[in-house]
Design a protein. Structure first.
Length: 304
């Protein structure tokens, strides 16, 4: 079983717990499965009931978003190893949580989590539910804490607006979430379970493909830039940190070519003017305190 299949099965089992509670709310009178000949009919009833519930919700719950994101994060960590630097990860989490608290979703189902990845690829990714990754390749190119904070705020913006969930193809959602009635699953054989797992693999594949390979639509990237400027300003960071970082990337051919953030994002030149326009609309932020520069250098200078 490959990593995506394992993640899909883990996601399926996790969502089943929520699905069982949901189905009981819809049809508390459904009797416990009895005779074998009635099992399939009763299972179909549960599937239809939960399908109606999903339609009624119209969107993923925060709990569903979290379980999807956790499985996506597992696949990302299968591609890129976590950076084993407790002090650096603590620092990145402090900066990231500071800007996340200034977002439209300061509190989410399992909280915000930030993790550095041990790769020289210049990249940052946000899984649904608040798990955000930044590579050491990108960290080493941040000139200061303002730039780091605004990059993390950009990824927070994607999660706050649920951009990752928007990347899931509707067909995969329909197949996956109308196939997981708890009572129905009890009656499923290997072939049916394989079909449901495959549907969940499609859900995960949609998101990971968007984060790592294809990138979001440019409109969503510009929206995340606008959110980054706003969240940074609310937190007390100079939003010009994002423009400053983008300007340093203009001539960095190793960063903007190949895989990574600049493959899946608009070019720095395309983003700078838009970011600057957003900055000009906001009140100026005081110059950063010296301690901010010192702690950034202390945390990031040791990254190799």
């Amino acid at each position: 079983m490959n990593a995506r299949s394992r993640a899909a099965r883990a996601l399926l089992l996790a969502v089943l717990l929520a699905a069982g509670a949901a189905c009981s709310l819809i049809d508390q009178g459904t009797e416990i499965l009895g005779k074998a000949e009635d099992a399939v009919a009763k299972g179909d009833k549960a599937v239809k009931a939960y399908g109606k519930l999903r339609s009624a919700f119209g969107d993923f719950t925060e709990e569903e978003e979290y379980y999807i994101g956790r499985s996506v994060a597992a696949l990302i960590l299968g591609r890129y190893p976590a950076l084993n630097d407790a002090a650096l990860n603590l620092y990145v989490n402090k900066v990231g949580n500071a800007v996340a608290l200034s977002s439209e979703r300061p509190e989410i189902f399992a909280g915000w989590h930030f993790q550095a990845l041990d790769t020289d690829e210049v990249n940052a990714m946000a899984a649904p539910g608040g798990m955000i990754f930044i590579t050491k390749g990108l960290l080493k190119r941040c000139p200061d804490e303002e730039s780091l904070a605004l990059i993390l705020a950009h990824e927070v913006g994607h999660v706050a607006a649920r951009h990752g969930l928007q990347s899931i193809r509707k067909a995969n959602v329909t197949e996956a979430f109308t196939s997981i009635g708890l009572e129905a699953i009890k009656t499923y054989g290997p072939e049916q379970l394989a079909r449901v797992t495959a549907a969940f693999e499609g859900v995960l594949g949609d998101i990971v493909g968007t984060l790592v390979e294809r990138g979001y639509d440019r409109k969503l990237e510009y929206e995340a830039d606008e959110s980054a400027v706003l969240f940074g300003c609310r937190t007390g960071y100079d939003p010009a940190g994002l423009a400053r970082f983008l300007k340093t990337m203009v001539g960095d051919t190793s960063a903007v070519s190949g895989k990574g953030w600049f493959k899946t994002h608009p070019t720095p030149e395309q983003r700078i003017d838009r970011v600057q326009a957003e900055i000009d609309r906001l009140q100026p932020v005081p110059a950063p305190a010296a301690v901010r520069t010192q702690r950034f250098k202390s945390a990031v200078s040791a990254v190799r």
